[in-house]
Design a protein around this ligand. Sequence first.
Ligand code: HOZ
Length: 428
Amino acid sequence: MTTSETLFARAQELIPGGVNSPVRAFRSVGGVPVFMQSARGAWLTDVDGKQYVDFINSWGPMILGHAPAVVLDALTKALPDSLSFGAPTRREVELAELLIELVPSLEKVRLVNSGTEATMSAIRVARGYTGRAKILKFEGCYHGHGDSFLIAAGSGALTLGAPDSPGVTEGVARDTLTVPYNDLAAVEAAIAANPDQLAAIIIEPVVGNMGLVEPAPGFLAGLRALCTKHSIVLIFDEVMTGFRLAPGGAQERYGVVPDMTTLGKIIGGGLPVGAYGGRADIMNQVAPAGKVYQAGTLSGNPLATAAGMAQLRYLHEHPEVYQQLETIGTRLADGTRQIAKELGLHYTVNQVGSMFSLFFTPEPVNNLEDAKKANLPAFGRYFHAMLNRGIYLAPSQFEALFISTAITDELVEKYLTACRESLIEAHH
Ligand code: HOZ
């Protein structure tokens, strides 16, 4: 028995499903999750000492690879001062300044502890601001586990084959409308059917939670125009894409400015953190400036802000990082596409910058219906074949891969060799 197997057996007695977040349980690919011990650069080491090249990077934040000196130094310096104050600090102001400088839509910002908190708070503020109840989301988009978002949700909800969660009341579900991603006509129809009732449209501007799906040309701009016309708050959930697809996130990359933005883990350099922000007139609704309540003892935590500031400042001062990530991402995606073609599989590879997905279907993937056409058993076999070759992928077809700057040319080759062998093995 491996140590991971032993730990998983113990965990299953103690923790629901043996994990603290469903996707980690390997349910959609089968087998036992790997328990991790440590990580440096591109490499993870598990509790049995086996090493893997990491293509998850904590679902995004480890953009510079694991344990970058710049972040560790900042944490080491901050550590003796305090682990938590529950009072204002200088670094919160500095981090807010940096976020507002870099993300086009932010005029004011509030720090929270996770992406889920950020999205839950953002729709509360949008509702308070507009005085309307309903929100619209897209099928297969995932915005954390707030009740309002567990309707046609992506990520782990799809892994479990249950995109709607029990425990979400009918009343809450009624206030969440869903339409297919990349379908502007469906959005228009939903607005027309609910006149003056929509507080917000929330979207992953580039989706990471049904696998990687890119917005069709004009889709985001079309949403912007509809929201402006109907006084609906447009919220970009950039928990995965913020500071990753460009310094200013997907909104900078696609040139579409939302009214509000949610951010997560990457602004904490891997420590628990989140943020929501946007237009000053909307954010001024938040207590104590306004009446929409939202609070938290650990919000703006001194260690999270130290790590986050260090990583964001590094990214800000080294814009060449984005070109580097783009190049690595393109080599990995093109290489994967080419290998699939040579093997006669013609599978779809979607890539935007340093995020990509190999879909086990030859058809284009532009929304959830397309993503669901993937051959999931074959994906499961491929996942395990890659894992056996020391490549750590997301354990679900419905997740994106995230690249760090620690992926060298040599590691790209290692991945591509493993990819070819694993695709053959998966279809044997
Ligand atoms: N929600 C994450 C994937 N989209 C997974 C979080 C985790 O398991 O850490």
